[in-house]
Design a protein around this ligand. Sequence first.
Ligand SMILES: [Zn+2]
Length: 392
Amino acid sequence: MRRGAGLAAATGVAAAATVVGSRLVGRALVGRTEARLCVTTNPPPYRASDRAHALHETLWVADLHADSLLWGRDLLERSERGQVDVPRLVEGNVALQVMAATTKSPRHLNLELNDDRSDDVVLLALALGWPPATWRRLLPRALHLAARADDLAARSDGRFRVIRSRDDLAAYEAARSLDPRLTAGLLAIEGAHALDGDPAAVEVVADAGFRMMSPSHFFDTAFGGSAHGIEKGGLTAAGREMVRRMEARGMLVDVAHASAATIDDILAVAVRPVVASHTGFRGVADNSRNLTDAQTRGIAETGGLLGVGFWPTACGGDDAAAIARAIRYAVDVAGVEHVGLGSDFDGAVPVPFDASGLVVLTDALIDAGMSDDEIAKVMGGNAQRLLADVLP
Ligand SMILES: [Zn+2]
């Protein structure tokens, strides 16, 4: 072997080792951040009444929002971090978990006022070794996260699948009625900044399998204002085009995090059901992120769904009883057909249990005086019905 070639090979090995080493360090840093931000107040195992266990086993449970794709964990493995992975979804009898792509998140994010100049997700992308295309642009980040979900499904031995169509849903329901240890995901985008400013990119994300999207996340976008933005304005012309294109492709328009003006504009132009994937109610916890009763009723009137949040500034407390109270409030305002779950699992907020502990919520809903039929609707029956209706 020539001396130079040997040296080059050795340098290559060293470089590869550095990349692998920095990737390991990056993963460890992201893992530490996830553990710090995504707190489960009561870790497993969970206790519930016999009646709750018996009822929970019969439910088709669906949750409208989790950020589990973001953190780089292998979701096939049960983790002590965060709240969602395939084993915990199965243990919690979760039939469907909406998995959101968060593509940009400002530093020092807060409920009141954020601009779009900082970007914490790029740090995550670098630390986790996402493809270079994701470093500057946001659409490739969404597509990367969709690919992660597909990769998870491909490696899962059939235990996890991504639902994209009515036919997918029907086939999955049939399979799951024979084997309840199956689970599934539905792809969503948290904030239309993921379209890199181009409403026509709705076609790209729809082709990738995304079936839900909100106009904004923590900052105002080219499409609409955020409840946490600077201007907090309404839907823009590009935002109206986005809504039209989404509805034509069977995507659900999600008003979670939207400014009040944008929510009102969406309710005025939408001709299909609108959702608030993870939300709270001002009548329960009065802050700018939460919905007024009029907005809550407006969403119900579209035939849509309100995903009740599990974190304190949404449900007004830090236990399952508080979530059950918020659910009862939503049912009173919107009607029982229009209420579902919007945990925000793995979303950098504290929650009282992880996905394996959803029976605790079933128990709290029994204690709150809801009937088995009402509980079945709220825990996922309504989401199942809505998806069967709107999916392409
Ligand atoms: Zn969110």
